[in-house]
Design a binder for this molecule. Structure first.
Ligand code: F6R
Length: 357
Protein backbone atom coordinates (compact mmCIF):
# COMPACT_ATOMS: atom_id res chain seq x y z
CA UNK A 1 0.00 0.00 0.00
CA UNK A 2 1.19 3.50 -0.66
CA UNK A 3 -0.06 4.78 2.71
CA UNK A 4 0.34 8.54 3.02
CA UNK A 5 2.29 8.82 -0.24
CA UNK A 6 0.58 10.40 -3.24
CA UNK A 7 2.33 7.96 -5.57
CA UNK A 8 4.06 4.59 -5.39
CA UNK A 9 7.03 6.06 -7.21
CA UNK A 10 7.74 8.54 -4.43
CA UNK A 11 7.31 5.84 -1.79
CA UNK A 12 9.67 3.53 -3.65
CA UNK A 13 12.28 6.27 -4.03
CA UNK A 14 12.11 6.85 -0.28
CA UNK A 15 12.49 3.14 0.44
CA UNK A 16 15.95 3.00 -1.10
CA UNK A 17 18.01 3.52 2.08
CA UNK A 18 16.07 0.70 3.75
CA UNK A 19 16.53 -1.52 0.69
CA UNK A 20 20.31 -1.03 0.72
CA UNK A 21 20.40 -1.87 4.44
CA UNK A 22 18.21 -4.93 3.89
CA UNK A 23 20.54 -6.16 1.13
CA UNK A 24 23.60 -5.75 3.38
CA UNK A 25 21.79 -7.77 6.04
CA UNK A 26 20.59 -10.49 3.64
CA UNK A 27 24.03 -11.08 2.15
CA UNK A 28 25.94 -11.09 5.43
CA UNK A 29 26.80 -14.10 7.60
CA UNK A 30 27.01 -14.20 11.40
CA UNK A 31 30.64 -13.15 11.41
CA UNK A 32 29.88 -10.05 9.36
CA UNK A 33 31.27 -11.33 6.04
CA UNK A 34 29.48 -10.84 2.75
CA UNK A 35 28.42 -14.23 1.39
CA UNK A 36 26.87 -15.62 -1.77
CA UNK A 37 25.98 -19.27 -2.54
CA UNK A 38 29.14 -21.20 -3.30
CA UNK A 39 27.70 -22.58 -6.56
CA UNK A 40 27.18 -19.06 -7.86
CA UNK A 41 30.62 -17.88 -6.77
CA UNK A 42 32.21 -20.89 -8.50
CA UNK A 43 30.21 -20.38 -11.70
CA UNK A 44 31.22 -16.72 -11.97
CA UNK A 45 34.81 -17.36 -10.91
CA UNK A 46 35.24 -20.12 -13.50
CA UNK A 47 33.90 -18.08 -16.40
CA UNK A 48 36.27 -16.23 -18.71
CA UNK A 49 33.67 -13.57 -19.54
CA UNK A 50 30.36 -12.44 -18.11
CA UNK A 51 27.48 -11.50 -20.42
CA UNK A 52 24.86 -9.32 -18.80
CA UNK A 53 21.49 -9.41 -20.57
CA UNK A 54 18.70 -7.01 -19.65
CA UNK A 55 16.24 -4.36 -20.84
CA UNK A 56 15.47 -0.75 -19.92
CA UNK A 57 16.44 0.31 -16.43
CA UNK A 58 17.85 -3.13 -15.69
CA UNK A 59 20.14 -2.74 -18.70
CA UNK A 60 21.36 0.54 -17.26
CA UNK A 61 22.05 -1.18 -13.93
CA UNK A 62 23.95 -3.80 -15.95
CA UNK A 63 26.24 -1.11 -17.38
CA UNK A 64 27.17 -0.06 -13.85
CA UNK A 65 27.48 -3.75 -12.94
CA UNK A 66 30.07 -4.16 -15.69
CA UNK A 67 32.23 -1.48 -14.06
CA UNK A 68 31.89 -3.14 -10.68
CA UNK A 69 32.67 -6.67 -11.85
CA UNK A 70 35.59 -5.56 -14.03
CA UNK A 71 37.12 -3.19 -11.49
CA UNK A 72 36.60 -5.30 -8.36
CA UNK A 73 36.61 -8.91 -9.62
CA UNK A 74 38.73 -8.45 -12.77
CA UNK A 75 36.45 -10.48 -15.04
CA UNK A 76 35.67 -8.97 -18.47
CA UNK A 77 31.98 -8.15 -18.91
CA UNK A 78 29.78 -7.38 -21.90
CA UNK A 79 26.36 -5.83 -21.41
CA UNK A 80 23.67 -6.45 -24.01
CA UNK A 81 20.14 -5.27 -24.66
CA UNK A 82 18.14 -8.49 -24.54
CA UNK A 83 16.09 -7.83 -27.68
CA UNK A 84 19.28 -7.14 -29.67
CA UNK A 85 21.28 -10.08 -28.38
CA UNK A 86 18.48 -12.42 -29.38
CA UNK A 87 18.84 -11.56 -33.08
CA UNK A 88 22.42 -10.35 -33.26
CA UNK A 89 24.40 -12.68 -31.04
CA UNK A 90 28.05 -11.63 -30.67
CA UNK A 91 30.97 -14.01 -30.88
CA UNK A 92 31.04 -15.66 -27.46
CA UNK A 93 34.07 -16.47 -25.34
CA UNK A 94 35.03 -20.09 -24.60
CA UNK A 95 33.47 -20.19 -21.18
CA UNK A 96 30.80 -17.54 -20.73
CA UNK A 97 28.48 -16.98 -17.80
CA UNK A 98 25.18 -15.23 -18.47
CA UNK A 99 23.63 -12.89 -15.94
CA UNK A 100 20.01 -11.85 -16.53
CA UNK A 101 19.04 -8.72 -14.65
CA UNK A 102 15.28 -8.32 -14.35
CA UNK A 103 13.21 -6.70 -11.63
CA UNK A 104 10.09 -8.66 -12.59
CA UNK A 105 11.82 -11.80 -13.77
CA UNK A 106 9.19 -11.91 -16.52
CA UNK A 107 10.65 -9.85 -19.37
CA UNK A 108 10.08 -11.82 -22.57
CA UNK A 109 13.08 -10.34 -24.40
CA UNK A 110 15.40 -11.55 -21.64
CA UNK A 111 13.68 -14.92 -21.42
CA UNK A 112 14.19 -15.48 -25.13
CA UNK A 113 17.95 -15.12 -24.65
CA UNK A 114 17.88 -17.32 -21.55
CA UNK A 115 16.16 -20.14 -23.43
CA UNK A 116 18.63 -19.77 -26.30
CA UNK A 117 21.83 -19.82 -24.22
CA UNK A 118 20.58 -22.67 -22.07
CA UNK A 119 20.18 -24.73 -25.24
CA UNK A 120 23.80 -23.93 -26.02
CA UNK A 121 24.70 -25.37 -22.60
CA UNK A 122 25.90 -22.19 -20.88
CA UNK A 123 25.50 -21.39 -17.18
CA UNK A 124 22.88 -18.80 -16.27
CA UNK A 125 22.23 -16.58 -13.25
CA UNK A 126 19.14 -14.41 -12.76
CA UNK A 127 19.28 -11.30 -10.58
CA UNK A 128 15.64 -10.51 -9.79
CA UNK A 129 13.27 -9.01 -7.28
CA UNK A 130 10.69 -11.77 -7.67
CA UNK A 131 11.40 -15.22 -6.24
CA UNK A 132 9.74 -17.92 -8.33
CA UNK A 133 9.54 -15.66 -11.41
CA UNK A 134 10.00 -17.24 -14.83
CA UNK A 135 13.62 -16.09 -15.26
CA UNK A 136 14.43 -17.25 -11.75
CA UNK A 137 12.90 -20.69 -12.26
CA UNK A 138 14.55 -21.23 -15.60
CA UNK A 139 18.09 -20.09 -14.79
CA UNK A 140 20.63 -22.28 -13.01
CA UNK A 141 21.01 -19.76 -10.17
CA UNK A 142 19.20 -16.78 -8.66
CA UNK A 143 20.27 -13.76 -6.62
CA UNK A 144 17.40 -11.86 -5.04
CA UNK A 145 17.16 -8.08 -4.76
CA UNK A 146 15.11 -8.02 -1.54
CA UNK A 147 13.68 -4.64 -2.58
CA UNK A 148 10.05 -5.47 -1.79
CA UNK A 149 7.31 -5.15 -4.44
CA UNK A 150 7.91 -2.38 -6.97
CA UNK A 151 4.51 -1.13 -8.08
CA UNK A 152 5.21 2.12 -9.97
CA UNK A 153 5.87 1.44 -13.64
CA UNK A 154 9.03 3.57 -13.48
CA UNK A 155 11.69 1.46 -11.83
CA UNK A 156 13.64 3.15 -9.02
CA UNK A 157 14.49 1.00 -6.02
CA UNK A 158 15.09 -2.06 -8.23
CA UNK A 159 17.86 -0.16 -10.05
CA UNK A 160 19.73 0.69 -6.85
CA UNK A 161 19.12 -2.81 -5.48
CA UNK A 162 20.52 -4.38 -8.66
CA UNK A 163 23.69 -2.30 -8.41
CA UNK A 164 24.09 -3.05 -4.70
CA UNK A 165 23.71 -6.81 -5.26
CA UNK A 166 26.18 -6.74 -8.17
CA UNK A 167 28.68 -4.86 -5.98
CA UNK A 168 28.40 -7.62 -3.38
CA UNK A 169 28.81 -10.31 -6.03
CA UNK A 170 31.93 -8.52 -7.31
CA UNK A 171 33.42 -8.31 -3.83
CA UNK A 172 32.77 -11.94 -3.00
CA UNK A 173 34.30 -13.07 -6.31
CA UNK A 174 37.34 -10.84 -5.72
CA UNK A 175 37.88 -12.43 -2.29
CA UNK A 176 37.53 -15.91 -3.77
CA UNK A 177 40.14 -15.01 -6.41
CA UNK A 178 42.48 -13.70 -3.76
CA UNK A 179 42.31 -10.17 -5.15
CA UNK A 180 42.88 -7.28 -2.83
CA UNK A 181 39.77 -5.17 -2.23
CA UNK A 182 40.97 -1.94 -0.72
CA UNK A 183 37.67 -0.85 0.80
CA UNK A 184 35.14 -2.32 3.20
CA UNK A 185 32.01 -2.77 1.07
CA UNK A 186 29.60 -3.22 3.99
CA UNK A 187 30.84 0.03 5.47
CA UNK A 188 30.72 1.86 2.13
CA UNK A 189 27.17 0.64 1.39
CA UNK A 190 26.16 1.90 4.83
CA UNK A 191 27.52 5.32 3.87
CA UNK A 192 25.54 5.08 0.63
CA UNK A 193 22.30 4.34 2.52
CA UNK A 194 22.85 7.40 4.74
CA UNK A 195 23.62 9.57 1.71
CA UNK A 196 20.42 8.47 -0.05
CA UNK A 197 18.53 9.40 3.10
CA UNK A 198 20.00 12.90 2.99
CA UNK A 199 18.89 13.24 -0.66
CA UNK A 200 15.39 11.97 0.11
CA UNK A 201 15.21 14.71 2.76
CA UNK A 202 16.08 17.32 0.09
CA UNK A 203 12.95 16.87 -2.02
CA UNK A 204 12.17 20.59 -2.03
CA UNK A 205 15.42 21.27 -3.84
CA UNK A 206 14.69 18.72 -6.55
CA UNK A 207 11.14 19.96 -6.92
CA UNK A 208 12.58 23.46 -7.44
CA UNK A 209 15.04 22.19 -10.05
CA UNK A 210 12.23 20.37 -11.90
CA UNK A 211 10.11 23.51 -11.82
CA UNK A 212 12.88 25.79 -12.99
CA UNK A 213 14.33 23.62 -15.75
CA UNK A 214 11.63 21.23 -16.88
CA UNK A 215 8.13 22.60 -16.37
CA UNK A 216 7.68 23.85 -19.95
CA UNK A 217 10.65 22.54 -21.92
CA UNK A 218 10.23 20.35 -24.98
CA UNK A 219 13.52 18.55 -24.54
CA UNK A 220 16.34 18.03 -22.06
CA UNK A 221 19.84 16.61 -22.00
CA UNK A 222 21.70 14.75 -19.29
CA UNK A 223 25.45 14.47 -19.61
CA UNK A 224 28.14 12.61 -17.73
CA UNK A 225 31.47 10.90 -18.30
CA UNK A 226 32.77 7.57 -17.07
CA UNK A 227 30.37 5.93 -14.67
CA UNK A 228 28.24 9.11 -14.67
CA UNK A 229 27.49 8.44 -18.35
CA UNK A 230 25.71 5.23 -17.40
CA UNK A 231 23.67 7.06 -14.78
CA UNK A 232 22.58 9.78 -17.22
CA UNK A 233 21.24 7.11 -19.56
CA UNK A 234 18.98 5.99 -16.72
CA UNK A 235 18.15 9.58 -15.78
CA UNK A 236 16.95 10.36 -19.29
CA UNK A 237 14.88 7.16 -19.51
CA UNK A 238 13.16 8.03 -16.24
CA UNK A 239 12.36 11.56 -17.37
CA UNK A 240 11.08 10.39 -20.77
CA UNK A 241 8.85 7.66 -19.53
CA UNK A 242 6.96 9.60 -16.87
CA UNK A 243 7.07 13.25 -18.04
CA UNK A 244 7.08 12.66 -21.84
CA UNK A 245 9.85 15.24 -22.21
CA UNK A 246 12.17 14.21 -25.01
CA UNK A 247 15.36 13.54 -23.11
CA UNK A 248 18.75 12.16 -24.01
CA UNK A 249 21.63 10.92 -21.91
CA UNK A 250 24.99 11.66 -23.49
CA UNK A 251 28.64 11.10 -22.84
CA UNK A 252 29.88 14.65 -22.29
CA UNK A 253 32.66 14.48 -24.85
CA UNK A 254 30.38 13.05 -27.54
CA UNK A 255 28.00 16.02 -27.76
CA UNK A 256 30.31 17.99 -30.00
CA UNK A 257 30.20 15.18 -32.57
CA UNK A 258 26.72 16.17 -33.69
CA UNK A 259 24.16 16.46 -30.93
CA UNK A 260 25.35 19.89 -29.84
CA UNK A 261 23.44 21.17 -32.89
CA UNK A 262 20.25 20.68 -30.85
CA UNK A 263 21.28 23.13 -28.14
CA UNK A 264 19.22 26.32 -28.25
CA UNK A 265 18.68 29.22 -25.91
CA UNK A 266 17.42 27.77 -22.65
CA UNK A 267 17.83 24.05 -23.45
CA UNK A 268 18.16 22.34 -20.06
CA UNK A 269 21.38 20.39 -19.55
CA UNK A 270 21.70 18.40 -16.35
CA UNK A 271 25.30 17.31 -15.78
CA UNK A 272 26.59 14.80 -13.23
CA UNK A 273 30.08 15.34 -11.83
CA UNK A 274 30.91 12.62 -9.30
CA UNK A 275 34.21 11.35 -10.72
CA UNK A 276 37.48 13.07 -9.93
CA UNK A 277 39.18 11.80 -13.09
CA UNK A 278 36.64 13.54 -15.36
CA UNK A 279 35.59 16.42 -13.14
CA UNK A 280 37.34 19.06 -15.23
CA UNK A 281 36.42 17.55 -18.58
CA UNK A 282 32.69 17.31 -17.84
CA UNK A 283 32.78 20.94 -16.70
CA UNK A 284 34.48 21.78 -19.98
CA UNK A 285 31.59 20.10 -21.79
CA UNK A 286 29.11 22.17 -19.78
CA UNK A 287 30.95 25.34 -20.86
CA UNK A 288 30.65 24.26 -24.51
CA UNK A 289 26.87 24.01 -24.29
CA UNK A 290 26.48 27.13 -22.16
CA UNK A 291 28.30 29.04 -24.90
CA UNK A 292 25.43 27.94 -27.19
CA UNK A 293 22.73 29.10 -24.79
CA UNK A 294 22.05 25.98 -22.71
CA UNK A 295 20.67 26.31 -19.19
CA UNK A 296 23.01 24.15 -17.06
CA UNK A 297 22.28 22.35 -13.82
CA UNK A 298 25.40 20.70 -12.41
CA UNK A 299 24.95 18.03 -9.75
CA UNK A 300 28.33 17.20 -8.26
CA UNK A 301 29.71 15.25 -5.32
CA UNK A 302 31.19 16.63 -2.14
CA UNK A 303 34.91 17.11 -2.58
CA UNK A 304 34.53 17.88 -6.30
CA UNK A 305 32.07 20.75 -6.05
CA UNK A 306 32.56 24.17 -7.64
CA UNK A 307 30.81 27.45 -7.22
CA UNK A 308 28.50 27.05 -10.22
CA UNK A 309 27.00 23.77 -8.98
CA UNK A 310 23.28 23.59 -8.37
CA UNK A 311 23.38 20.67 -5.96
CA UNK A 312 26.12 18.73 -4.17
CA UNK A 313 25.47 15.12 -3.17
CA UNK A 314 27.17 13.64 -0.09
CA UNK A 315 30.46 11.87 -0.70
CA UNK A 316 30.50 8.11 -1.20
CA UNK A 317 33.12 5.69 -2.56
CA UNK A 318 33.76 6.63 -6.20
CA UNK A 319 32.75 3.22 -7.54
CA UNK A 320 29.38 3.36 -5.74
CA UNK A 321 28.34 6.86 -6.85
CA UNK A 322 25.55 5.62 -9.20
CA UNK A 323 23.61 4.43 -6.15
CA UNK A 324 23.54 8.01 -4.92
CA UNK A 325 23.71 10.22 -8.03
CA UNK A 326 20.65 8.54 -9.54
CA UNK A 327 18.44 9.72 -6.64
CA UNK A 328 18.30 13.42 -7.64
CA UNK A 329 17.45 12.36 -11.19
CA UNK A 330 14.64 10.09 -9.99
CA UNK A 331 13.18 12.90 -7.89
CA UNK A 332 13.62 15.50 -10.64
CA UNK A 333 11.78 13.19 -13.07
CA UNK A 334 9.05 12.62 -10.49
CA UNK A 335 8.44 16.34 -9.91
CA UNK A 336 8.69 17.17 -13.61
CA UNK A 337 5.94 14.62 -14.31
CA UNK A 338 3.88 15.97 -11.43
CA UNK A 339 4.19 19.58 -12.59
CA UNK A 340 3.19 18.54 -16.10
CA UNK A 341 0.17 16.68 -14.70
CA UNK A 342 1.24 13.31 -15.97
CA UNK A 343 0.08 10.01 -14.49
CA UNK A 344 3.29 9.33 -12.55
CA UNK A 345 2.67 5.73 -11.54
CA UNK A 346 1.03 4.62 -14.78
CA UNK A 347 2.58 6.44 -17.74
CA UNK A 348 0.90 6.09 -21.11
CA UNK A 349 1.76 3.16 -23.37
CA UNK A 350 3.68 1.30 -20.65
CA UNK A 351 3.09 -1.78 -18.52
CA UNK A 352 5.05 -2.89 -15.45
CA UNK A 353 6.39 -6.01 -17.04
CA UNK A 354 6.82 -6.52 -20.75
CA UNK A 355 5.89 -10.11 -21.46
CA UNK A 356 5.88 -9.83 -25.23
CA UNK A 357 8.94 -9.87 -27.46
C1 F6R B 1 11.85 1.71 -16.71
C2 F6R B 1 11.36 0.35 -16.65
C3 F6R B 1 11.66 -0.60 -17.76
C4 F6R B 1 12.15 -1.94 -17.18
C5 F6R B 1 12.34 -2.96 -18.29
C6 F6R B 1 12.91 -4.25 -17.76
O1 F6R B 1 11.53 2.43 -15.57
O2 F6R B 1 10.72 -0.02 -15.68
O3 F6R B 1 12.62 -0.06 -18.60
O4 F6R B 1 13.35 -1.70 -16.48
O5 F6R B 1 11.11 -3.20 -18.93
O6 F6R B 1 12.07 -4.83 -16.81
P1 F6R B 1 12.59 -5.96 -15.85
O7 F6R B 1 13.67 -5.41 -15.01
O8 F6R B 1 11.38 -6.38 -15.05
O9 F6R B 1 13.11 -7.08 -16.73
Amino acid sequence: EKGTYPHYMLKEIDEQPAVIRKIIQQYQNESGQLVIDQDIVDAVDQSDRVYIIAAGTSYHAGLVGKQLIEKIAHIPVEVHIASEFAYNTPLLSANPLFIFISQSGETADSRQVLVHVKKLGYKTLTVTNVPGSTLSREADYTLLLHAGPEIAVASTKAYTAQIAVLSILSEVIAKKRGLEVNFDLIHELGIVANAIEVLCDSKDEFEAIAREYLSTTRNAFFIGRGIDFYVVLEASLKLKEISYIQAEGFAGGELKHGTIALIEDGTPIIALATQESVNLSIRGNVKEVVARGANPCIISMKGLEMEEDRFVIPEVHEILTPLVSVIPTQLIAYYAALHRECDVDKPRNLAKSVTVE
